[in-house]
Design a protein around this ligand. Structure first.
Ligand SMILES: Cc1cc2nc3c(=O)[nH]c(=O)nc-3n(C[C@H](O)[C@H](O)[C@H](O)COP(=O)(O)OP(=O)(O)OC[C@H]3O[C@@H](n4cnc5c(N)ncnc54)[C@H](O)[C@@H]3O)c2cc1C
Length: 415
């Protein structure tokens, strides 16, 4: 079957691209080895992070570097051999986290985040998926007064960019979330973000919208992509069809480099893995909203399948063996304060955030590979940024002017 364009990867980013290309009149085939939204876009914390106008920097203080080296922190862990192989990109990440480059990167990042929620809201309306919204806003919870007051300052700075918040004392936290046990200094409630009760279901609702509008979703292995004699692209599907198109978008999340490197393009992805586990809620102690335990770096989110606890980052390659000791450490801390009942699954889920050393996603034409586009590297906020990425990429592919300056996100800054 011949299309205008094939999108490889049906996570939030690939589905966002497929929908927006379709909206610009393209005939689009979407291919994934699984049904849409079953990988990283399924297992995340489900927050559409309108407040995240600055990306996740590498902490540069000596205390973090020393405690991080011990590999016992709750928020960051690593596989020694893998981390050693990432030293070049990690060093670049460290340098980009210095105040001056970080300010410029954040200015560019904000141009995407500022438009992320509106693009989701429109798609949710079109897909009739509003029922997946669990609630508005979430809590950044602090145990130490010093950390809380430093975060209050950061929240005030973000207010200048139109990001709204409410400051809560320890007593306010106890009133808003009576199920939490322990003493907390206070919290910031970000009021703009939207919490989703099942992130994978939202991707599937968007994919269904794509199909209702005439798009085709196929199962198949993207690694089978090859060039045709006329310079186009071809890939087989699991049910024996052949998809052909003059253009292709690689949106394979943390697996993107496995494909593009075959055509000569690589970028230094830093894989930050994360785990999650669901717990049965305790009937007499409901958690009202998603909470980030800021000093320990884990999230507890009320979701369809129970209370979902997600971990911080584990530096390890996507296919390296699982080491779920990070989620065990987070669970031990969380159980002291959060109303977690029994574990729902026998094994934790694991996924990989594809992060770039300059903290910005990568989307646009793949250099020196005519007809190939890519959209990957969305790190900590790919669930948030999938639809706006799709909108901007679709404008580029069809020769329109994107409403954001896309040069800072160009693939040609690597490779
Ligand atoms: C613990 C955790 C919490 C997070 N919390 C948040 C959050 O609250 N908010 C937020 O915005 N972001 C969050 N993120 C980040 C976010 O989940 C990712 O950035 C985002 O899901 C990336 O989307 P993607 O479409 O690029 O990748 P994926 O969702 O991984 O999609 C890639 C797709 O490629 C497919 N694929 C791979 N190889 C092949 C192949 N050979 N053939 C065919 N298909 C293939 C996969 O099946 C998959 O469907 C979190 C991440 C983690 C790990």
């Amino acid at each position: 079957m011949t299309h205008d364009i094939i999108v490889l990867g049906a996570g939030m980013v690939g589905v966002g691209c497929a929908l927006h290309l379709q909206a610009r009149g393209q005939s689009v085939a979407l291919l994934d080895r699984r049904a849409p939204g079953l990988e990283t876009s399924y297992g995340n914390a489900g927050i559409i992070q309108r407040e995240a106008i600055a990306p996740y920097a590498l902490p540069r203080d000596l205390g973090f570097l020393l405690t991080g080296a011990s590999n016992r922190r709750v928020d960051v862990r690593y596989h020694a051999k893998d981390a050693a192989r990432m030293l070049g990109p990690l060093w670049a990440y460290y340098r980009n986290s210095a105040p001056r480059p970080y300010a410029e990167i954040s200015r560019q990042y904000e141009t995407l985040i500022a438009r992320s929620l509106e693009t989701h809201t429109q798609l949710m309306r079109d897909a009739g998926a509003e029922a997946l919204v669990a609630g508005q806003g979430y809590l950044m919870l602090y145990r130490s007064e010093r950390e809380l007051h430093s975060f209050f300052k950061e929240a005030d700075e973000r207010a200048g960019s139109g990001v709204n918040h409410i400051k809560l004392s320890g007593a306010d936290v106890a009133r808003e979330e009576p199920a939490l046990l322990g003493t907390f200094a206070g919290a910031v409630r970000w009021t703009d973000p939207v919490a989703i009760r099942s992130p994978g279901d939202l991707v599937q609702a968007y994919a269904k919208l794509f199909e209702q509008r005439g798009g085709a979703v196929h199962l198949g292995d993207a690694m089978a992509l090859h060039r045709t004699d006329d310079g186009g692209w071809q890939v087989g599907t699991a049910d024996g069809q052949t998809l052909c198109a003059p253009q292709v978008v690689v949106a394979l999340g943390p697996w993107s480099m496995q494909l593009t490197s075959r055509f000569g393009y690589t970028a230094p992805v830093i894989p930050k893995r994360g785990y999650h586990m669901h717990y049965t809620p305790l009937p007499d102690r409901p958690l009202n909203s998603t909470v980030i335990d800021a000093e320990y770096g884990y999230v507890v989110a009320p979701m369809k399948d129970g209370l979902r606890l997600t971990t911080g980052a584990e530096l390890a390659y996507v296919d390296a063996p699982r080491t779920p000791n990070q989620i065990e450490a987070a669970e031990r801390i969380a159980r002291q304060s959060f109303p977690l009942g029994a574990r729902v699954e026998s094994e934790p889920w694991m996924g990989t955030r594809p992060c770039m050393p300059d903290m910005k996603p990568v989307f646009g034409p793949v250099p020196a590979v005519p007809g190939m586009w890519c959209a990957f590297g969305h790190g900590h906020q790919g669930f948030t940024l999938g639809p706006i990425t799709g909108e901007l990429l679709a404008a580029m592919v069809t020769g329109a002017t994107p409403r954001v300056d896309v040069r800072p996100f160009s693939p040609d800054r690597f490779g």
